[in-house]
Design a binder for this molecule. Structure first.
Ligand code: SF4
Length: 308
C-alpha cells in the first residue's frame, strides 16, 4: 500500500533530503489514489477537472512512499501527532481504516481530514484512535460555496457532518477549514467562524493560494492586511472575547475592533489546528512574511501595531 507524505514530513523522516525552515511537529500524510478526487473544488490541485500535478495540495508537494517505509519514518521522526488528509474516491474510507490500523502500534494521536461520512464510520474512526476531524468547508459563505466547491456534499451537509463529529468526538474535536480569499466578505467569513464556535467546534484558517492548473489559478491571494484582521477577529471569537456584532464593520468589511484591540495577542497570527500542529509553509513562500506563523511570531507586538 502506498501513502503520500508532505515534503517537510519526508525530510523529518529521513526519506528525502533537504533543508527545513521549520520542523513539523505533526506528520502530515495523505491517502494515495491513482487518480483525482471525485469532487471538483476550484482551488484544489487534486480536483476532478484540475490539470495540476496530483502530488500537490496547496503549496506543498506530497511524494508517495510505500507504507512500511513511512511507518519506519514515523518511529524515527519524533512526531507529536499524525494528520491524515484524504482525497475523496470510492474505497477511500476502507483505505483510511487500513492506514489507521497500521498506525495503531505507534500510539500517536491522529487527526483525519475527510469529506462527510456516516456517523457509524465516525464511531469506527474514533475506535481506531482518531481524536480530531478536519472538516473541509473551505468556502465560508453559502453564497459562494456551490461555485467554489462543486462537490458531492452541499453547504448543509457540511454543517450536519460537523454536528455529527462534535457529537461523536466531543466539543472542540471538529476543525472546520476555512480559506480566506475565495470571494467571501469579511462579515460572511466571521459569521461562519462564529457559527462554528457557537456549535462547539474550532476553525483552522488558511489563505487562498493560487495553484497552476486549477480553476482559480489566476485569482490573487488575499492581502496580508485583510488576513491579519480576520486572524485577530478569529482570536477574539475563539477565546470568547468578542462576538461578530461587537466588531467594527463598514458594510461587509471589517475595519476595526472597537476597544477590543488590546485583547488581541500575537498568537492570533499562528497556525491554529489540532494540538501539535504547526503546518509550516503551507500557504506561504519561504522568505516572505507567512500568513500563519508556525510559532509565536518574534515581532508579535510590531505586527499588532502594523495591522490592527
Ligand atoms: S474534496 Fe478535498 S481533495 Fe477533493 S477536490 Fe475538494 S478540496 Fe480537493
Amino acid at each position: 500500500m502506498k501513502i503520500r507524505i508532505s515534503y517537510g514530513t519526508a525530510i523529518q523522516m529521513g526519506l528525502k533530503r533537504g533543508r527545513m525552515l521549520a520542523r513539523p511537529f505533526t506528520a502530515y500524510l495523505m491517502t494515495y489514489h491513482d487518480g483525482r478526487c471525485r469532487n471538483n473544488c476550484a482551488f484544489c490541485p487534486q480536483a476532478r477537472e484540475s490539470n495540476a500535478d496530483v502530488k500537490r495540495l496547496s503549496r506543498v508537494t506530497w511524494p508517495a512512499f510505500e507504507l512500511e517505509d513511512v511507518l519506519d519514518g514515523l518511529k524515527r521522526g519524533n512526531f507529536a501527532r499524525i494528520c491524515l488528509q484524504t482525497i475523496d474516491y470510492p474505497g477511500m474510507v476502507e483505505d483510511v481504516k487500513e492506514l489507521l490500523k497500521a498506525f495503531q502500534p505507534l500510539n500517536l494521536p491522529t487527526s483525519v481530514s475527510i469529506t462527510p461520512v456516516p456517523r457509524e464510520t465516525l464511531v469506527e474512526l474514533k475506535e481506531l484512535g482518531v481524536d480530531y476531524i478536519g472538516v473541509g468547508l473551505d468556502a465560508s459563505a453559502e453564497r459562494i460555496y456551490p461555485i467554489i466547491k462543486d462537490s458531492l456534499y452541499g453547504w448543509d451537509d457540511m454543517w450536519a457532518f460537523t454536528r455529527d463529529v462534535l457529537e461523536v468526538f466531543g466539543p472542540g474535536s471538529a476543525f472546520v477549514h476555512i480559506i480566506i480569499g475565495l470571494g467571501e466578505t469579511d462579515r460572511e467569513a466571521l459569521e461562519t467562524i462564529q457559527r462554528v464556535y457557537d456549535m462547539g467546534g474550532s476553525v483552522s484558517l488558511f489563505a487562498f493560494t493560487p495553484i497552476k492548473g486549477t480553476r482559480l489559478e489566476s485569482l490573487s491571494p488575499p492581502p496580508l492586511e485583510r488576513y491579519r484582521r480576520i486572524q485577530a477577529a478569529h482570536y477574539l471569537i475563539r477565546n470568547g472575547l468578542a462576538r461578530v456584532d461587537e466588531l467594527e464593520f463598514d458594510g461587509e468589511e471589517l475595519v476595526g475592533f472597537n476597544d477590543l484591540k488590546e485583547k488581541v495577542d500575537p498568537v492570533a497570527f499562528m497556525t491554529h489546528g489540532c494540538p501539535g500542529c504547526n503546518r509550516p509553509y503551507y500557504n506561504e513562500k519561504p522568505g516572505k512574511e507567512p500568513y500563519n506563523f508556525p510559532a509565536r511570531p518574534e515581532k508579535g507586538e510590531e505586527l499588532l501595531k502594523k495591522f490592527l
